[in-house]
Design a protein around this ligand. Structure first.
Ligand SMILES: *Cc1c(COP(=O)(O)O)cnc(C)c1O
Length: 495
């Protein structure tokens, strides 16, 4: 299987292997890599996966997309990435949320957020890609983070051969718990540095490093090159397809569905990566009917799905689901490409960067609306959803997941479609303890990480996830801070 850029409009398109696509991240024309066809999975093959553990399901699905990787190597990597010690209780277990809504808990990994599922396997895929493409240099991963991605990337890349990682975070732009998680990071090939500025300063600093030829030369001289762990990398997207396949297998195995019965999927969405993975699972042949795309107050996707107009020229809201506070959902480009082709994608992306707005034609919006339903939740609705599912079911969810559940309830009330739903649960409620406690009507009155965890533990009588409590006991390793202009100073001269 070959990979093609979403912006390649040439008569004979340029294609690369999956290893090259993963090594490059972004295509040279700034498009995103897509497989040249979507592999299929039959009901019989789905039944075959039902008795297998998650790692084997993952290796099966990944090997259909990453055809240049050795299947045995993929299986070894999946077993290591999704081992019990990294994902206690399983990588993607289902929990009952009532009314045949099944929460797909994607946050049992090392940093308690769903990004772990991709970021535990992607560094291994990259490390193999470097060997497969004969790349002798060290890949130096640079990340600017507003919180969750940085920690998940650090855990994923720590001590991976052929790779080094540097994470920059805005000094006052992350929660005390997130800061503690990053500054105590273990591993020999990791470095964490605060930037005296906001997230945009950190992000622009990283972009400037990528664009600086003198720094590229310095990297070359020491035998390294800069690379990113961005969510637009195919190596992050492909592993997310797996848990939707896996959820279907589990629902059939538990007798909640018969093979071939449809399920709907609801996803709290930011960059459109997670929900696009669900769409690919649907394209493969997993019986998924509708995809419910849930947004918070930054409802640019809700409007796009309903009107066909993508307009980012709007107020940016800071919400209690910060990982969805996004106005440019990068992975939507992949859906545009599948539904409308490369020339249309190029036109829309040019208009978006030039004017901040584009309109998709009916040929795209009609098939889009046949599958996707867009909904959004206000802060009040999000808090009320956390509280009601706790009071009715004694089931605790984080604000991102609550946005998703709120969307499911809206969708059902409006359409009467009561198809069973798999709801992507994207973070542990303990990661957002302050907002969860406030939503339950018992605000903690502190932002001290240990006190917050203890307060939610008391209120909900639920165990504190081990990775979070462990963080509180580790020594701080990285206490440095730099001005945005000095970020390049910390990149070199490390082992
Ligand atoms: C990243 C993230 C999301 C958004 O996922 P996308 O793939 O960007 O749509 C939702 N919830 C949490 C907790 C996240 O960390």
């Amino acid at each position: 299987m070959k990979y093609i850029s979403t912006r390649d409009t040439a008569a004979v398109r340029h294609s690369v292997s999956s290893a090259e696509a993963i090594q490059r991240g972004l295509a040279p024309d700034r498009g995103l890599y897509m497989p040249d066809r979507i592999p299929t999975i039959t009901h019989k093959e789905l039944e075959g996966l039902m008795s297998k553990p998650y790692a084997e399901r993952a290796a099966d699905i990944l090997s259909r997309f990453l055809t240049d990787y050795d299947p045995d190597a993929l299986l070894a990597d999946c077993r290591a990435a999704y081992a019990e010690d990294r994902f206690p209780g399983g990588a993607a277990p289902l929990a009952e949320c009532g009314d045949s809504i099944h929460a797909l808990e994607l946050w049992h990994g090392p940093t308690c957020a769903f990004k772990d599922i991709a970021l535990q396997i992607m560094p291994r895929l990259l490390s193999r890609a470097l060997t497969m493409t004969g790349e002798p240099r060290l890949a130096h991963i640079l990340v600017a983070t507003s919180g969750d991605t940085g920690k998940a990337a650090l855990e994923g890349y720590r001590d991976v051969p052929g790779v080094r990682i540097t994470v920059f975070y805005p000094v006052d732009g992350v929660s005390p718990m997130q800061k503690r998680q990053m500054t105590t990071q273990e591993g020999e090939n990791v470095f964490v540095c605060a930037v005296r500025g906001n997230f945009d300063d950190a992000q622009n600093g990283v972009k400037a490093i990528f664009a600086d030829p003198a720094l590229a030369r310095r990297a070359e001289e020491e035998g390294s090159f800069f690379s990113s762990a961005n969510s637009i990398n195919w190596g992050r997207l492909a592993p997310q397809i797996v848990y939707y396949v896996s959820a279907y297998c589990d629902l059939v195995r538990e007798g909640k569905l018969s093979i071939g019965d449809p399920m709907n999927v609801a996803v709290p969405t930011g960059n459109f990566g997670n929900i696009f993975a669900a769409y690919l699972a649907r394209c493969m042949g997993v019986p998924i009917a509708r995809l419910i795309c849930a947004s918070n107050a930054n409802c640019v996707l809700t409007d796009f799905i309903r009107t066909g107009v993508y307009d980012r020229r709007r107020t940016f809201y800071k919400t209690m689901s910060p990982s969805m506070d996004i106005l440019i959902s990068s992975n939507l480009e992949r859906l545009l490409y599948l539904l409308g082709g490369a020339p249309l994608t190029v036109r829309c992306m040019e208009e978006l960067s030039r004017d901040g707005i584009y309109r998709a034609p009916d040929s795209v919006t009609k098939p889009l609306r046949a599958v996707f339903d867009g909904r959004c939740a206000t802060e009040e609705e999000t808090a009320a959803t956390i509280r009601s599912v706790w009071e009715e079911r004694r089931y605790l969810i984080d604000p991102h997941t609550a946005v998703g559940l709120c969307a499911v309830r809206q969708y059902r009330a409006e359409t009467g479609d009561d198809t069973p739903v798999v709801l992507a649960s994207t973070a542990s409620p303990f990661k957002f303890a302050a907002d969860v406690l406030a939503s339950l009507g018992t605000p903690a009155g502190t932002d001290e990480p240990a006190a917050l965890l203890a307060a939610l533990h008391d209120a909900a009588d639920a165990p504190i996830p081990a990775p979070l409590s462990r963080t509180l006991t580790l020594p701080v390793r990285f206490s440095g801070a730099v001005a945005p202009a000095d970020m390049a100073d910390v990149l070199f001269g490390r082992a």
